[in-house]
Design a protein around this ligand. Structure first.
Ligand code: ADP
Ligand code: MG
Length: 409
């Protein structure tokens, strides 16, 4: 399949050619014709599969010439995603007269107000700041013909549902709505029923399985040796660029500091950093001036960072879906990537949850030559059968028994 067969306007074909896209990705191939037809679409596909172009290209095709607006509204859960999606729109709209605006928190209102007053065809926004502008009557949504709820799963995780509802209520009912997400958890179903009109679902691939080219390894380690093991791993493996994921902002700061002390060129990205600091970290990492990016889940979700050779989970993710999203950073362009997870005794439950979620047991390895302190995890072999049973989980009326405690799914 070629982009030219999809029914996109010439300016889009020129833009994708300029970007070096050879052919549409599966989600693009299936979602673009539906969106061009005017259908509501639910699109789910792993992170990094080109969902942005899947909605941007058909909408920019249908918007025609510049007009009063905004006529397309794209909601994003985080500033980074809003920033990146806006960048993508600018690239795709390059050969058109269409204007794209961006509205997010953490920066001043002035320029955003000005952009809105000058008129935009496409508005990419995070919910909170958009509501501020709406409250000040700096923007009206009564012209919106296309509404995109991007990264919807994360939007709900972050508690944006009430904000999203307030925004959607201000858009015309006869709009076209598309919802994109890496996963479609049950909570999204309500949003879908409420906001969408007879949507067509386009689901690509097993939603739960992480990129297949990625090799997963768990490194059991005593809590006190985590940092040493991280440094030893960075010594032992051949890598080009690494993202290190931490559970907390403070943890991320500490890891960044330790990496810097060990003479690694490291930067950190989390939600307590200013917008400017985050943009600098991200740009520097993309350009190669930083080789290690330390990140928390919220800050990193969906970030378009290609060609990461390794993901290291310094902390096991709290939510198993985050494991898949983190791993989505590597093995993106069908290249093989490696995903290492440091695993302490306290993480046992979280690791089982991840394994159950990806329906795959992850290999446990010891780093050769590392002066390990003892941890009970090294005796895990003895737990073999019990462990198997735990990984599968025993279904009990909507909950699971994991190691004796009942958890809601
Ligand atoms: P997602 O939203 O699914 O996580 P993105 O839309 O951010 O993915 O796209 C991920 C990367 O893939 C971006 O760098 C984008 O430029 C690139 N990309 C998208 N579509 C194609 C394509 N058809 N061919 C090559 N690269 C593509
Ligand atoms: Mg995306």
């Amino acid at each position: 399949m070629q982009f030219s067969e999809l029914g996109l306007r010439a300016a889009m074909l020129d833009a994708v050619a300029e970007l070096g896209y050879k052919e549409p990705t599966p989600i693009q191939e299936r979602a673009i014709p539906l969106l061009l037809e005017g259908r509501d679409v639910i699109g789910s596909a792993q992170t990094g599969t080109g969902k942005t172009a899947a909605f941007a290209l058909p909408i920019l095709t249908r918007l025609g010439p510049h007009g009063p607006g905004p006529r397309c509204l794209v909601l994003e859960p985080t500033r980074e995603l809003a920033f990146q999606t806006h960048e993508s729109f600018l690239k795709f709209a390059r050969f058109t007269q269409l204007r794209c605006g961006l509205v997010y928190g953490g920066v001043g209102y002035g320029k955003q107000r000005e952009d809105l007053a000058n008129g935009v065809d496409v508005l990419v926004a995070t919910p909170g700041r958009l509501l501020d502008h709406m409250g000040e009557k700096a923007v009206k949504l009564n012209m919106v013909k296309f509404l995109i709820l991007d990264e919807a799963d994360r939007m709900l995780d972050m508690g944006f549902l009430p904000d999203v509802k307030r925004i959607v209520e201000q858009t015309p009912r006869d709009r076209q709505t598309a919802l994109f997400s890496a996963t479609i958890p049950p909570a999204i179903e309500t949003l879908i029923t409420w906001a969408m009109n007879n949507p067509e679902t386009v689901a690509i691939g097993a939603r739960r399985s992480p990129a297949e080219t990625v090799k997963h390894v768990l490194y059991p380690v005593a809590e006190a040796q985590k940092m040493d093991l991280l440094l030893a791993l960075l010594e032992a493996i051949h890598w080009e660029s690494v993202i290190v994921f931490c559970r907390t902002k403070r943890g991320a700061d500490e890891v960044e500091q330790s990496l810097k002390r060990a003479k690694h060129r490291a930067a950190v990205i989390h939600s307590d950093r200013s917008q400017k600091e985050r943009e600098q970290a991200l740009e520097g990492f993309k350009k190669g001036s930083y080789e290690v990016l330390v990140a928390t889940d919220v800050a990193s979700r969906g970030l378009d960072i290609a060609d990461v050779s390794h993901v290291i989970n310094y902390d096991v993710p709290q939510h198993p879906e985050d494991y898949v999203h983190r791993i989505g950073r590597t093995g993106r362009a069908q290249a093989t990537g490696d995903a290492f997870t440091l695993y302490t005794a306290g993480d046992a439950q979280a690791v089982f949850a991840v394994e159950r979620f990806i329906t795959q047991k992850i290999e446990r390895l010891k780093l050769e030559g590392f002066p390990y302190n003892y941890t009970a995890l090294f005796d895990e072999d003895k737990l073999g059968p019990l462990h198997e049973r735990r990984v599968k989980g025993v279904k009990m009326g909507g909950g699971y028994y994991i190691g004796g405690s009942r958890r809601k799914r």
